[in-house]
Design a protein around this ligand. Sequence first.
Ligand code: ASP
Length: 315
Amino acid sequence: MQNNAGVVVILGTGGTIAGTAARADDLVGYTSAALGADDLVAAVPALAGQAIEAETLARLDSSDMDHATWATLRARAAFHLTRDEVAAVVVTHGTDTLEETAYFLHRTLTAPKALVLTAAMRPATALSADGPQNLLDAVTVAREPGSRGVLVVLAGRVHSGAELRKLHGWRIDAFGSGDAGPLAVVEDGRLRRFRDWPEAPLHAAAASLGDAAGWPVVDIVTSHAGARARSLDALVAAGAQGIVIAGTGNGSVHQELEQAARGAIAAGVPVRRASRCLLGGVVGAPADALPSAGTLTPVQARIEMMLDLLAATAA
Ligand code: ASP
């Protein structure tokens, strides 16, 4: 089936896109996730008459996103993507952990049709809410013939689920794709594409993710001036099965933390270095450096390590 025919399923998970405030000029003092997926669709007149199904899966502020919700979302999206009459799936989400959900789905979900995530920086009740346009653009991308993979549509840009990152705390145009740049832009309802749709082999763990309650615990610790070995030691003592260090610059790590990291590795807890810089990741490494997470951001590296540990347990 061509994407432009058929049903687009909208799965609501909450976030500011579904948020409401008492006053239209209140852009920060709102309640996240107050509206359901149906309400979001009803707010976009251009979607009236289109073949759309709306389902509210969760009402979460995405800063509270959890692995159980990821498992539910993945299963529900996978179910709808296999339905012949469904052209694509759109997920409405909060912006705070959008890049994490996008990366998790990118690594674990087969998406021969498009799975498009979208969100908003302003609540639905704002004078100039960005959610309705973002939702309309997301459906446009979902219906684009040939679109596929895990995509994210925000502020007129289409990002790969593998590359998204939140760059700004409150501006409408808050997201980027790092050094790669966006895949496409949506201009007045039309797509202008720069790169191909994302293709990536799924992670080996995708075949048997099991119960989210059993997923390995991987924590992140940041390297900074005055960093303490005890911060990393405390995470291991609290049950971390893997650690990602958000290092400085090109993945450099404070010597205190590095020493603690070597102790953790010796005790069987793997550690990887990412960079806390917004762009670039970690490139190259001296032979004796701690293992690198490459160009993954710290939050992506956490997901990747969790999946690696899961795959190792299943093997
Ligand atoms: N805290 C909100 C969330 O991530 C922020 C947003 O959606 O913009 O759910």
